[in-house]
Design a protein. Structure first.
Length: 353
């Protein structure tokens, strides 16, 4: 691709072709990152971010109350969708213990920003996301590449029949339309996960999820007529799901997938080879929440988000010295690569029709 940077890639890297990673490959980088203070927490930055986000949400709610009788209130739905994505980024960081060194504090922040403000279960997401981080793109261990509505390997595609087969044949075209449902899907997964929880955790998680639904419906129905409320909710939830899909899709889809029967990769190769960075400027960094530095985030998941960009030159240089491919591309090209991979996965089913 014209705007893709991969350093270096003399040949396609696979689990069998790569030299086994060892602890010594990652240890010098970790030491250097620590020495630069990039793993130190940014409590002040997170405090300002959470306060700014809360005030922005309050301003939107005020706007809904003031102009709810007018169809102009729909202009606030995209704004609320963006702020909900910012809220999700905060919950994400709490799950990685980036915000506080106290586990209980991180959990409280996650519960407020996930369950209460978004209606998304913090416990469900944290469990799923940690499994993804431990084994990114591993077909047997990463829940993000498990066969579901979408599939990510030709082996998964081969088993699809009927309506699911139709979805797989056209999944590249359907990917972004399907993300419009992601906001609602996240809420549904949270409620379903309550069956796995017990005792106080189920009570707390469930109560906050119900509080979100009740609060959201009350907000809509008390600030605007029913017709306005229905259109607002559809627009808000669809754009929220689309924003999350656009933020997370480029990170791993279409990147290397470890061979379960091949050589085992160590931490450095496992995270770098399966991740893709998205370059851009301030606007790209803001839109993707700073998680466009996905390689750095996967190598150092507890690193505060504002430090990921600062760590990139060191990670890039370290990979270059070791001859490990470091993939970085533009935002639009990343979507092309993701959709091309999904199109290729569905090709055998299209050939059979």
């Amino acid at each position: 691709m014209a705007d893709e940077t991969t350093l270096p890639r003399p040949a396609k890297t696979t689990a069998r072709q790569s030299a086994p990673d060892t602890g010594s490959e990652f240890t010098p980088l970790l030491r250097h990152i620590r020495e630069q203070g990039l793993l130190d927490r940014r409590t002040g930055w997170y405090a300002r971010t959470m306060v700014t986000n809360a005030l922005s949400l309050a301003a939107v709610v005020t706007g809904m109350a003031l102009i709810g009788d007018s169809w102009w209130v729909l202009a606030l739905a995209p704004v609320l969708a963006v702020l909900c994505a910012r809220t999700a980024f905060i919950g994400h960081d709490a799950g990685h213990a980036q915000i506080s060194g106290n586990r209980a504090t991180n959990r409280r922040i996650g519960l407020v920003h996930g369950n209460l403000l978004l209606g998304m279960s913090y416990a469900w997401w944290n469990d799923k996301h940690n499994r993804h981080h431990a084994n990114p793109n591993h077909i047997d261990k990463d829940p993000d590449v498990a066969a579901d509505v979408l599939v990510f390997t030709s082996k998964q595609a081969a088993t699809r029949t009927g309506f699911r087969g139709w979805l797989t044949r056209h999944q590249a075209w359907l990917f972004f339309p399907l993300t419009l449902l992601e906001g609602l899907a996240l809420k549904l997964y949270g409620f379903q996960d309550l069956r796995r929880r017990t005792g106080r955790e189920r009570l707390v998680e469930g109560a906050l999820l119900i509080a979100h639904v009740a609060g959201y419906l009350t907000l809509l129905l008390t600030t605007m007529p029913l017709a306005h409320a229905l259109v607002f909710a559809v627009l808000h939830q669809a754009l929220f799901g689309l924003h999350l899909g656009m933020a997370f899709a480029p990170n791993h889809k279409g990147m290397e997938m470890p061979d379960p029967d091949g050589e085992k990769w160590g931490h450095l190769r496992r995270q770098v080879l399966t991740s893709r960075n998205i370059r851009g400027g301030v606007l790209t960094d803001w839109f993707l929440g700073g998680l466009n530095y996905q390689i750095e985030h996967h190598l150092f998941p507890s690193m505060p988000r504002p430090h990921l960009k600062l760590a990139q030159p060191m990670v890039k240089a370290h990979c270059r010295d070791l001859g490990i491919p470091y993939t970085e591309t533009g935002l639009i090209d990343s979507y092309r690569q993701v959709l091309r991979h999904m199109h290729d996965v569905g090709e055998p089913l299209r050939a059979d029709t």
